[in-house]
Ligand binder design. Sequence first.
Ligand code: CA
Length: 229
Amino acid sequence: MAADQPTVLVVEDEPAQREVLRYNLEAEGFRVAAAGNGEEALVLLEEENPDVVVLDWMLPNLSGIEVCRQIKTRSDTRSLPVIMLSARSEEVDRIRGLDTGADDYVVKPYSLRELMARVKAQLRRARPSAAGLRLEFEDIVLDSETHRVTRDGQELKLGPTEFRLLSTFMEKPGRVWSREQLLDRVWGRDIYVDTRTVDVHIGRLRKALGAHGGNDPLRTVRGAGYALG
Ligand code: CA
């Protein structure tokens, strides 16, 4: 599993529909976490740190609307894109009216191709580097397609781990990442790596970024982790 493979959380109570979504999303290169109800969705939200949520409106007990509201009120998940699925267009109007904060709405029965396109559109917005785009922060430019990084126009030599670290930081400048979050994102959650390894690679990244001079753009936040800018 590639550590930087984007994760989609699918919340759908009908097993057949859930599996169709899983199959198609995996075929598009996503990692899939699937929940059959809202309570499970909230647990997976914590455990899987998804990049996009595809959320059915009609769920037993905790409804899709309530799950969406919880995602959008929590500070750590507020910017997580949510695509709501609903059975009828009138429902979509109602969900919109309820102002749940969902980022997009798809009416069932949906075209899988269209849903995949919408998932990718949300991902591009939320995680540009995973969608193969150019990221910029001050004088640093990172191209995730060509894997090139320049600073003030000069090319920097980064190892693969340092490259993934930098792209994680550049996706969300200012965000403080804990060592554990960086391990999940950069090394992948299936691999056991000591958190001190993160410090070692941060050190290498700092050195690479300063190779041609310039300030240290990485901030050590005591007791919390690291941030860019
Ligand atoms: Ca349902």
